[in-house]
Structure formats: structure tokens, C-alpha cells
Design a binder for this molecule. Structure first.
Ligand SMILES: NC(=O)c1ccc[n+]([C@@H]2O[C@H](COP(=O)([O-])OP(=O)(O)OC[C@H]3O[C@@H](n4cnc5c(N)ncnc54)[C@H](OP(=O)(O)O)[C@@H]3O)[C@@H](O)[C@H]2O)c1
Length: 226
């Protein structure tokens, strides 16, 4: 399987990259980044790109892939709806539209988040924008298109968030994560489970297009590493 990864420098993307590199069925990973991941691996190639609103210049370099794991995203804290939509919706759709033209047999997986508002009309700004993004992606003619809605993700394997406020939060919650997972098993997952679940869906498909936190946990736990 040949994979394209967005957000490889972020917390979720680092976890997904790690699982891809460990997986015997993944032949190669192309990470589309603004700046390098700092990782070196025989299966990993990085493509540094400046304009994430337009991928047309990358031409045939984006052809011939089986899956795209789209883990790029920002916190909406302090952002207007227009600014948040520009990063969340515009970048994601620019990438997805370019990829579907070049790879109609691709499986595309987007990381949105628990509480995403599919009606696009609710009161929470980030949830409306993520809902709008999910709905637009679901219309695209990929072979498979899936929305991942994780809740609270525990970073594993030394992985850290790019977002400072999240790093502080994770440092505070780190010691109690095991207890949180026991008390609230439906609401806590890990970077490892998210990555494994994506690989599972890319390889075997899934009956539901929208996967909530408990679906991600189940898929991530049951995958047997090759
Ligand atoms: N962390 C969680 O617990 C959690 C839970 C549920 C859902 N999510 C969702 O998962 C997604 C990723 O979250 P995360 O925790 O991995 O975030 P993160 O650690 O802050 O990483 C964000 C990633 O997005 C990239 N990015 C941000 N703005 C960009 C832009 N304008 N152009 C190009 N790349 C950009 C960053 O690249 P640079 O390195 O170039 O900045 C980085 O790779 C988000 O949509 C988030 O809402 C996260």
C-alpha cells in the first residue's frame, strides 16, 4: 500500500506515520509538509510544499497512491470562523480534490473530532466547520472516504503536539491517562490506536463512513501487526 500523509509533523500525524512505517503492508509514505519531520526511514519520502491551498503544481507526484491519511488541522481557539474555515475546509478540500482526480481508487481518511456537527447549523463554531468539511469530503468520488472522530487522544511513543496549550494539557493529564481510559473507555484513545485503525480501514474498508471514538478504539485494538 502506498500512502500520502498530511500533518506528519503534528501529534496525530506523528502517530499515524509511526504505525505506517511499522506496517509490513505499507510500501511507502509520502508526507506533504511545510517543513521536515526530522525522521529518516527507507519507506518515508517528504515533499516540502508552500501553498497548501493549491496542490496543482505537484502534478504527477501525487498519482499512484492507495490511501491518504489527512491529519492536518488546527485548534479553533482565538480564530474567527472565516479563518478557521480557511485552514480546516479550504486546505482539506484543495488536497482532496487534487488527490481524487489523480487517484480515483484511493481511500481518503480525514481526522475531524468527537462532537463534529454534521448538520453544519449548531452553535459551536469548530464543530460546524468540521461538519461542513466532512460533508464536502463525503461527496467526493473516492473509492472509500471516511471521517475519524477521535475524542481525547493520548500521545504515545514520545509523540508531542505542535499546539502549546495541548502540550500543557497532556503534561498535566499524562499521569492520569491510564485511569481516564479505565473510567471513560469511550472517550480516550491513543495515537497508536488512531494510526492502526486508519491502516485497518484503508486495507479492508468499513461499513460506516463516520467513525466515532469507540469505533477507532475497536479497530485500533484488533489489528494484528504483520
Ligand atoms: N490532539 C487531539 O487530542 C485531537 C483529538 C481529536 C481531533 N484532533 C484533530 O486532529 C487534527 C490534528 O491534530 P493534532 O493534535 O495532531 O495537531 P498538532 O499537533 O497541532 O499538528 C497540526 C498539524 O497540522 C499542520 N498544519 C497546521 N496548520 C497548517 C497550515 N496552515 N498549513 C499546513 N499545515 C498545517 C501542522 O504542520 P506544521 O508542523 O507545519 O505546523 C501539523 O502537522 C486536528 O484537526 C485536530 O482537531 C486532535
Amino acid at each position: 500500500m502506498k500512502v500520502i500523509l498530511f500533518g506528519a509533523t503534528g501529534m496525530v500525524g506523528q502517530g499515524v506515520l509511526r504505525e505506517c512505517l511499522l506496517d509490513g503492508e505499507v510500501e511507502s509514505v509520502l508526507a506533504i509538509v511545510r517543513s521536515g519531520t526530522g525522521r529518516r526511514h527507507a519507506k518515508l519520502q517528504e515533499l516540502v510544499h508552500e501553498n497548501f491551498f493549491d496542490f496543482s503544481a505537484l502534478g504527477s507526484r501525487l498519482s499512484g497512491y492507495d490511501a491518504c491519511f489527512f491529519c492536518l488541522g488546527v485548534s479553533s481557539a482565538g480564530m474567527t470562523e472565516a479563518d478557521y474555515q480557511r485552514v480546516t475546509y479550504d486546505i482539506t478540500l484543495a488536497a482532496a480534490k487534487t488527490l481524487v482526480e489523480r487517484n480515483p481508487a484511493m481511500t481518503f481518511i480525514y481526522v475531524s473530532g468527537a462532537g463534529t456537527d454534521g448538520t453544519e447549523r449548531g452553535r459551536t463554531m469548530w464543530a460546524r466547520v468540521k461538519g461542513r468539511t466532512e460533508n464536502a469530503l463525503l461527496e467526493l468520488p473516492f473509492q472509500g472516504v471516511y471521517m475519524f472522530r477521535p475524542a481525547f487522544i493520548q500521545p504515545r511513543d514520545g509523540i508531542t503536539s505542535k499546539t502549546r496549550s495541548y502540550r500543557v494539557l497532556y503534561a498535566l493529564f499524562g499521569p492520569v491517562f491510564p485511569a481516564l481510559r479505565t473510567l471513560f473507555p469511550r472517550y480516550v484513545t491513543t495515537t497508536e490506536e488512531v494510526g492502526r485503525a486508519m491502516l485497518e480501514v484503508a486495507k479492508h474498508g468499513e461499513s460506516k463512513a463516520v467513525l466515532e471514538n469507540q469505533d477507532i478504539i475497536a479497530l485500533g485494538r484488533h489489528r494484528v501487526r504483520e
